[in-house]
Design a protein around this ligand. Sequence first.
Ligand code: PGA
Length: 248
Amino acid sequence: MSSKLIAANWKMNGSLKENVSLIEAVKIAASNSENEVLIIPPTIYIDQVHCLIKECDVKLGAQNISSQIKGAFTGETSVSMIKEFGCHYSLVGHSERRAMYGETDQLVAEKTKILIDNNIVPIICIGETKSERESGEWRNAINRQLRPILSVIGEKKLDKIVFAYEPVWAIGTGLSANAQSANEVHEYICCTISEKNDNIANALEILYGGSVNGDNVSDYLAQPYINGVLVGGASLDKDIFAKIIASK
Ligand code: PGA
């Protein structure tokens, strides 16, 4: 797979004005790159970004969806709503949602199923904490997060998902995982999926996320099991993100 997926998770950042200049730079960088580019803005800016990226190849995603389909769920956004506004992807189970909003592995699995049922590609975020890494428990952490997903969505639909390996200790900290150890985890995820289905495991897309920047991105993209990156902080700087989009 030569083209990589470069995804920008804006988190709770941006403004109507800032978004316009950032998207202009993204469009120029994307048109000169073989990589696929995906913008994941806050929900309230999805419509604006959808309009700004019309007629170009840049894709759009949401940061989160409700586990409910519709109804009295104040403050929530449904899968059909993000779909109406041109989203093809949604993050699920980002570690900030797990840690700050109590999202459990089971809830992440349910949201994944809703997304697949509605033809939106879930980007499922999984990763170990600092103590799980230091105690050598990272395989258990990855397994614990994978298991409910595998049992809820079933083997046949595994080809509809993307994983993002995001070690919790590397997110927003500047402490990125080294590329070889990230690759080891990606390989482990692939092997776990191959126990269910070899063909799907071979085609599986797994992104790395956690303090990716313009200087380290190429190290990740050079790894055999890393198919792209999920970028937080560095996606908000147009020059740095343009460099990331251009990287190989
Ligand atoms: P970061 O965030 O690049 O700022 O570490 C990545 C993410 O949380 O998706």
